[in-house]
Design a protein around this ligand. Structure first.
Ligand SMILES: *Cc1c(COP(=O)(O)O)cnc(C)c1O
Length: 259
């Protein structure tokens, strides 16, 4: 694919993404892949066993053309509306879209039209709405069940005590293809407490896989903690800032009051 023109970059694009975004993203991607491989090596795991899911939230669509030019073809977004807009604008590119943030039932219809996977399934209500739309479209969707392992009120996800009741309901939703569990760890410099969240998810996964054969994988770890997540058994790491640079505004899932 031909590279998008760098002359399309505004001064603020250049300030945030550099004058050669494709080269920057490719170098950052390589650095993250090397760190993943090193983390796998330290835990005696095969590097091929960990999937890197690039998180493109807040990166504008015209910049994502440079990401595609750098060889990135998996884009994950936490907000359905933003993802839908980018999907529409980038419809000429061959991208696999993932939704990784909380979904409102009134947006289910859009998700089903373009997303390949959903990492934030956290209620029977959303499962039922998704299943109904998927049945109407005649397609399946890969899903991860989000669990709140940090106990923070600001985070979405099922309480660990609710998880097994939820899993019992999964046969009611045959168009969902459960892949595993997902979590966001505590946002903290205290590595022990961060790792405890990942460890909790892994223990829940071990119990979940015993009752539901699809629930085998762990989606956990982001730019600040993916090496710890890999040490605790992550199968999918969702990494944004380490590839695309820091986001200008704080994430709403940490500071719910901010826009
Ligand atoms: C933003 C986000 C990430 C990635 O965070 P980075 O700090 O950019 O790596 C991972 N998971 C979810 C659910 C997110 O919203």
């Amino acid at each position: 694919m031909s590279e998008p023109a760098r002359t399309d970059l505004s001064p603020s694009d250049i300030a945030r993404f550099g004058a050669d975004p494709a080269a920057t993203f490719a170098a950052n991607l390589k650095a993250v892949q090397d760190r993943i491989a090193a983390a796998c090596h330290r835990s005696g795991r095969s590097p091929g066993g960990v999937r890197l899911l690039p998180v493109t939230k807040t990166v504008p669509a015209h910049i994502l053309r440079f990401a595609a030019a750098a060889g990135i073809s998996d884009f994950a977004e936490n907000k359905l509306q933003e993802a839908w807009g980018k999907h529409t604008e980038l419809s000429g590119l061959d991208i696999r879209w993932s939704i990784i943030g909380h979904l409102q039932t009134n947006k289910v219809k859009h998700l089903v039209r373009f997303a390949a996977e959903f990492h934030a399934l956290d209620s029977v209500r959303v499962a039922s709405a998704l299943n109904g739309r998927l049945a109407a479209e005649g397609r399946h969707l890969d899903v991860f069940i989000q669990v709140n392992t940090s106990g923070e009120a600001s985070k979405y996800g099922l309480h660990p005590d609710e998880l097994f009741g939820f899993i019992e309901r999964l046969p009611d939703f045959p168009w969902l293809k459960p892949q595993g569990l997902m979590t966001l760890a505590l946002f903290s410099a205290d590595t022990g407490r961060v790792r405890a969240c990942f460890h909790r998810l892994r223990a829940l996964r071990d119990r979940a896989a015993a009752v539901h054969p699809g629930l085998t994988r762990l989606s956990m770890g982001m730019s600040g903690d993916f090496e710890d997540a890999i040490a605790e058994g992550a199968d999918v790491v969702r990494v944004g800032q380490a590839i695309f640079g820091p986001r200008p505004v704080a994430d709403s899932f940490y500071w719910p009051g901010l826009p």
